[in-house]
Design a protein around this ligand. Sequence first.
Ligand code: GTP
Ligand code: MG
Length: 306
Amino acid sequence: MASTNQSPFYQRAEEDFRTATTDEERIACLEIMMKECPKHKSSENMRRNLTNRLKKLTEGVERRKKAGKGSREGIKKNDMQCTLIGLPNSGKSTLFNLLTTKKLKSKVSPHQFTTHSPILGIIEYEDARIQLIDDAPIPNQDKSLVNSTDTLLIIFENLNQIRDLERAIWKSKAKKIWILNKVDSLTDMERRKIKATLRSKYKKLDFIFFSNKESQLKIKELKKKIFESFPIIRIYTKEPGKIPTKEPMILKKDSNIKEAAEKIRKNFSKQIKTSRIWGPSSKFGGQTVGIDHILKDKDTIEFHTK
Ligand SMILES: Nc1nc2c(ncn2[C@@H]2O[C@H](COP(=O)(O)OP(=O)(O)OP(=O)(O)O)[C@@H](O)[C@H]2O)c(=O)[nH]1
Ligand SMILES: [Mg+2]
């Protein structure tokens, strides 16, 4: 679809359409594109094309809703995924918007039940990309998502909410980070009291205090905490005589060279004669190692094939 001559709103919606990850987002973008598309005869084809795409997507979403599968079907889980969970109005979408780099933001409002279905965004931490999902509030959360996600960010505003939250997450095997949100509306005294209760009565909770007034530094700290909750390592690969890849490959902790090769391509490990490594798991840069060599975060591998 030619987008030159189109309004900046159209162009932006088109760009967002290309990077959208769910059909709901694509529908929202198409609706803007249709509104912005000129109504004269020369763009008739373009309008028809947009209408058809919109119709197809809407039908797909409706079909899935009827089948009871919800909209999460559009979200393909990647290596690192975390999900926000909390009671209505606790500030989940606000936090989602602070953490993600996405252009399409999750709607924030002073009313309850603003978020209806899971929305996907990306947290960029150093060179890694983490999926963050803004879920509908309890009791409308996507239960299978809560059970299958890697890390839960559990948002609460006061200690009274902990019981409801624990009831909603007990089945989930995810790592759990508890975030006491909106601490800007608490006095120093209240904060101290809550901290003391959390440390005595809820010893097992891994918690932090947060608010939407926090500095970039604190936001980065939270991103780091989220990143470190995943049992993964980042591995770079290089070809002989060339520089390593910029984007890391994500592997489970304690993976070996063979698993790294298989992640690149099925059966690739069978073609490998030797490998050289640089980084934390190597004794010296360029060490030659076997296929069973255990990797560490930030290693670089150079494969030599047969
Ligand atoms: N004081 C204060 N208000 C906040 C903070 N974070 C969010 N809010 C406000 O709380 C209200 C709810 O925020 P949302 O981000 O929409 O909350 P939510 O949890 O996504 O709400 P639902 O989608 O309905 O579950 C809005 O009025 C926000 O401006 C915070 O850190 N401090
Ligand atoms: Mg919300």
